[in-house]
Design a protein around this ligand. Structure first.
Ligand SMILES: [Zn+2]
Length: 212
């Protein structure tokens, strides 16, 4: 899903109105199944993109055209440095990479322009994103398990990996739902305000710890 018609398409964040509609219909108990599938699939793509970029930062880029072929059987091959430079970008980001299988190439600067300011950084919420990518395909056929997976993901947090591992440093919802941090927090507060299940209680508990 990330490679379409020769361009990179990162999965977009969800609109608040879509998420609110899903919760309203789910609470009412009918007419939510298709919307739940749409939202869950969008989140699955979004989390996969976040994890793709994390893997690229840590281990090197994988070829998107190869990975997106209909007959692809796994992740694309790792891109290799070509020793050539892209004149459109300054020194630190002009290195050109190429796929050893299909020859697709890009510079670090060109790639970064595709995801800049798109809230695709995994930060300290890798467990939440990975957990959803693993659980979503496994809950097929169980609408309540699907809804729980979506609910848990959008109410999850980034944690500092260093000095205070239990301190939430940011809501992961900002990576998944459109809007500024303040707006997304208010939206998620409202979404869980009248509930007393585990996810809602956990959300309030972590929100009370916050310093941001
Ligand atoms: Zn390739």
């Amino acid at each position: 899903m990330r490679w379409e018609n020769g361009t990179i398409q990162w999965g977009p964040r969800l609109r608040k109105v879509t998420v609110r509609r899903l919760y309203t219909f789910y609470m009412a108990g009918f007419g939510f199944e298709d919307l739940l599938d749409d939202v869950g699939t969008a989140l699955y793509i979004r989390c996969s993109d976040i994890l793709y970029l994390r893997d690229a930062r840590e281990r090197g880029w994988r070829c998107l055209p190869c990975e997106s072929r209909s007959d692809a059987v796994g992740p694309g091959p790792r891109m290799e440095t070509t020793g050539r430079r892209d004149p459109h970008f300054p020194n630190y980001e002009n290195e050109l990479f190429a796929c050893p299988a299909c020859g697709w190439e890009f510079s670090w600067g060109a790639m970064r322009n595709t995801f800049r300011n798109k809230q695709l950084h995994s930060g300290g919420a890798v467990d939440a994103f990975e957990g959803f990518v693993k659980s979503w395909p496994a809950v097929v056929g169980d609408v309540h398990a699907k809804m729980r997976a979506v609910d848990m993901l959008i109410h999850s947090f980034h944690y500092s990996l260093r000095s205070e591992p239990d301190l939430p440093v940011r809501a992961a919802g900002v990576n998944l739902i459109e809007g500024r941090l303040k707006d997304v927090l208010a939206f998620l507060d409202a979404l869980s305000a009248d509930r007393h299940d585990e996810t809602a209680d956990q959300w309030r508990k972590e929100r009370r710890k916050q310093r941001w």
